[in-house]
Structure formats: C-alpha cells, structure tokens
Design a protein around this ligand. Structure first.
Ligand SMILES: *[C@@H]1O[C@H](CO)[C@@H](O)[C@H](O)[C@H]1NC(C)=O
Length: 404
C-alpha cells in the first residue's frame, strides 16, 4: 500500500471513531487498546463458532444456544480485556444473505454485554456464495457496547477484492498501561481466505486458501513504517484462521509430543495452500503460504494463533531444527485454538484459547497461554518462553478431550 493510502485509511478510521489524529506520529495515535492498570493484557480467542448450521448439518440440536453458553462460561472465568473471533464465525454455506446480520447479533451479544473490544479474522466458512465477509465486517463496524463505545476493530487495510486479498487484514496497536500514547505491542490480523466467491445468485467458485502476497507486502511495509516511528522492533502477535504449513511439517515429522506440546492432537493439520479435490478430501500442498511464513519469521512475531483444525490446540516452537519450510523458523511460536462452537465438524470438548501478556515481560518475548474449557477447567497451560518446546508439562487427559 502506498503511504498516502495508508494515511488516508488511518484518518478515515480515526474519524469513524471520533478520535483526533496528530499531524506527527499518525500511526501511534491509531485507535487501539491499552495494557490494563495491572500491566497485563488478557485476550480470549474464540475460533470456529460455526453459527447458523441447521440441525441436519451435524445432527446437533440447539448448537448456537450451546455455543453462546460456551462464550458466556469462558468470559465469566477469564474476564479478558478483548476478544478475538479467529475465523469461521458462521457456517455461511447454510445461511441466506438476509439472515447473516441476525447471526452476527447473536455472536456479539455476550461481548456487547461486557463491553469487550472485538477483533475478527475471517475463515473459509465465512466466505460463501451467500455471505460477503466485507458486508459482515461493515456490519460489525457499527456494533456498540452498552457504554455506547464502538467495539469492533475488524476492517480491511489492504485494497482489493475479498477473493483476491481477503477482508480481515489489519492491525490493532496496544499502548502502554502507564502511557496511553506509547506503542507497546501490535496485534496483526490476516485473512487466509478459502471459502467461495460471494455471488448470491451464482454458483460455488472456490477461493485460494492462503494469505495473499499483496497482504504480505502490506504487512512488511506497515511494520517497517511503525518500527521507524518508534525506533525499535515492536513485539507482536498474529491471528489467522488457517494455520501455516510449518505446523503440518512439525506434526508429520514427529516433532510434537504430548508433554512438550500438551494439548489436543486429534486430527491431521489442514493448512494454508491446500488444494483439495471437489469433496474436500485428498489435499495437496502447493507452497503458496511461503511468502507469509517468511514475513512472520523476518518480523519475528512472538506467536501466531490459528483455528480451522477443530481437534488441535497445542502450541509449537518453530525452531531451526525443523527440516522443511522456508528458512526454518527462528523460534517463533505457532498455536492452535481448539473448537469453540457447537456448529462445525466433530464433538471434541469446546473451549477457547486464553493469552495473557505482561507488559514488563515483552522484552523477554514471553507469554502465558492455556485453553479455558466450557466446564471451567483449564487445559494445556504453557509458558511460551525461550525454553518452550524443551520444557515438560503434564499431558492433557482424555476428560479434557472428548465430550463425556
Ligand atoms: C519457561 O517456563 C517454564 C514453565 O513455567 C519454566 O519451567 C522454565 O524454567 C522457563 N524457562 C525460562 C528460560 O525461564
């Protein structure tokens, strides 16, 4: 994106929120969130909520009501500072265009009630011939909390058609607890696309399932601009619905163990760049997420969080000794979310990923994360620090895996 477009986008966004843009330091005055007074930032990540499925889809009754129960239980346990909806909010292949907004209303009701800032990424089920992720994001943009404040950060910072670049590509700045104008961290959101082209009266046309190269260029350029403004690397997290291929390499090469990377490992990773046959089986990897993986490594995000694979929720350290994939990792962490919704395939126990970052540990590149289960228990609590991957943790027992 050209600099002028970047500035214009910021100004429009800030205008929409009603804040003021300073002539200098535009990017660091971008509306964002702030570490709370105790110096922490707590994020709840719901993934694969799959609202809007009829009973015939999975043979489950009242799926959406149960999913709202999951959201309320998790939020009551965690009291996060913000919520990420990490893709597949809706099973849009079942949803008529005129019914989409009422489903969004249901999804965000628990968040509005608690005045929680919301940042979404879109998944392959959010884009169907009947659902436009652009319309979804525009509708979410109007959502206000009970305090009258705008809650959604979800926007499209990379120009282009949704099927070419995706919709949910943007960042949210996180400011210091002690100084609301000091940029402490960045949260990056990416659209891994997939799904179908939006054309309500047309046929199903599949969309590529990886982060587009134009988005990767925007990511690098925007990060460089922000870095230049603050004068140093900015710690960051990334959220993208479909995981990168390095996770499948790790799983297939036997890199993952139940005590070093505790969590659900109930299926084979489905990753970006999968080209599948018409039934969605027999997928082949085409390497198209390589530029995105290289950018994640070069920029050195602390961790990348993905959903998509309902039965996986471990975190891995993408280290140098993982043979495969571009340049190997450089120690960044890649995490799965687990299934939060009662819609969508299979019946592993529902939960949501929690992320807690302490502002004064940002320099150490360290964060705490776990899965909060629907029943209130915690599963797979790990510290993503320099020794993660070598540290031993209790493995996750079956009672936290399957619905009993
Ligand atoms: C990382 O965290 C684990 C779990 O809390 C701990 O056992 C380990 O010593 C930590 N490593 C470092 C380098 O602090």
């Amino acid at each position: 994106m050209k600099c002028t477009e970047f500035l214009c986008f910021l100004i429009c966004l800030v205008d929409a929120i009603g804040s003021r843009v300073e002539a200098k330091n535009v990017a660091v005055n971008y509306p964002g969130i702030q570490f709370s007074k105790d110096g922490k930032l707590s994020i709840t990540v719901f993934s694969d909520l799959h609202f809007g499925e009829p009973e015939q889809a999975q043979g489950r009754r009242d799926a959406d009501i149960k999913t709202i129960g999951v959201m309320n239980n998790v939020l009551d346990s965690e009291h996060p500072n913000m919520v990420v909806l990490n893709g597949d909010l809706v099973s849009c292949e079942w949803v008529a265009p005129e019914n989409l907004n009422s489903l969004i209303d249901q999804i965000v009701a628990p968040l509005i009630e608690r005045n929680l800032p919301i940042a979404a990424t879109f998944g392959n089920h959010d884009a169907s011939k009947t659902c436009s992720t652009r319309l979804m994001s525009e509708y979410m943009w109007t959502i206000k909390g009970t305090n009258g404040k705008k809650l959604s950060f979800t926007t499209s910072s990379v120009p282009g058609e949704p099927d070419q670049v995706g919709t949910s590509n943007y960042f949210v700045p996180v400011y210091s607890s002690s100084d609301g104008s000091k940029l402490a961290m960045l949260l990056w959101f990416f659209d891994s696309r997939g799904g179908r082209i939006y054309q309500p009266s047309g046929i199903d046309i599949p969309v590529d399932d990886w982060v587009d190269d134009a988005v990767v260029a925007w990511f690098r350029q925007t990060n460089d601009q922000l870095r230049e403004q603050v004068g140093h690397d900015i710690p960051s997290l990334a959220f993208v619905h479909i995981p990168v291929h390095a996770t499948l390499s790790f799983q297939q090469n036997g890199g993952r163990t139940g005590t070093n990377e505790p969590g659900l490992n109930e299926e084979e990773v489905g990753n970006q760049g999968d080209v599948c046959d018409s039934n969605g089986d027999h997928c082949n990897y085409n390497g198209a997420d390589t530029p995105f993986m290289k950018a994640l490594i070069d920029i050195g995000v602390m961790a990348v969080f993905s959903g998509h694979d309902h039965g996986i929720d471990w975190c891995m350290k993408w280290s140098k000794n993982l043979a495969n994939d571009p340049a190997n990792g450089n120690g960044i962490n890649l995490c799965f979310n687990r299934h939060s919704g009662y819609g969508g395939y299979t019946d592993w126990k529902r939960g949501a990923r929690q992320i807690v970052i302490e502002e004064d540990k940002l320099g150490k590149n360290e964060l705490e994360t776990w899965i909060r289960l629907e029943d209130g228990r915690i599963s797979g609590h790990v510290t993503l620090n320099s020794t993660y991957g070598a540290d031993h943790y209790p493995s996750v027992d079956k009672s936290k895996t399957f619905v009993s």
